[in-house]
Design a protein around this ligand. Sequence first.
Ligand SMILES: [Zn+2]
Ligand SMILES: [Zn+2]
Length: 252
Amino acid sequence: MSDSDKTIECGTHGKTRATFVCQHLISGEHLGFNCGYEPDDPDDLYPDAWCDKCETTRQVEGEWNEKSEAISDIAVICAHCYEDTRARNWIQDDQEWNELVSSCCQLFQRRQEKFLSKFKVGDHERWDLDQETGIITFSHEGEPQVEAEIHFVGTYSRKSNTWMWAWANYLDEEKVRSASRRIREFGEEHKFLGLAAHLSDATEEDAGHYTAIMAKELDAIGIYRTTKDELISYMVITKARWVKKKKLFWIF
Ligand SMILES: [Zn+2]
Ligand SMILES: [Zn+2]
């Protein structure tokens, strides 16, 4: 159904990408929000979406067929209207969200202290990242000191106060952005909008929470962030080692 190349002229938002949602979502509130990705577009920013009622029918029917499609009566809306529709219909358990955030943050505060004291990443002069291998190297006086395996979480813009997940950043290599898809899937399954939407209004605190959640999900040993102009890139570190030491053990 979906076609990311199609555009639509919206009375409110002008010309944007065409998106597809069930008829109930368009005017509804708190109807639940379910979506599905086309196999040839696994990182679709606006996957086709339908309400909980349509989801129940789809499950009873076992697939999208004449009956389930007739009930959903999919309509075309603009990408901005899609975002509004999603926010309005999304059902999230805020208590569950707060518990997730606080447990991940607590865990990561401890792990991060341990990581920093073990690898002193704050003390090295520079870092270089090879996106193809996913290895970041911290160097001092021209000598590599610590090597670490990283996965991008996402970027926070201080200019627009928005967060964007790494999987949505097509300019980055697959190697460093692929793990973040797991968090999107987790967000869709547990109905946490901030994890499921590729872009959202956020604070730096939110960015830290998202990073802690991904760090826990990947059982990371630490987190790292870099700042360039108004953009902060967040990554999780899944293993690291000192380069200079003779015994080269990866520490998990
Ligand atoms: Zn529906
Ligand atoms: Zn619109």
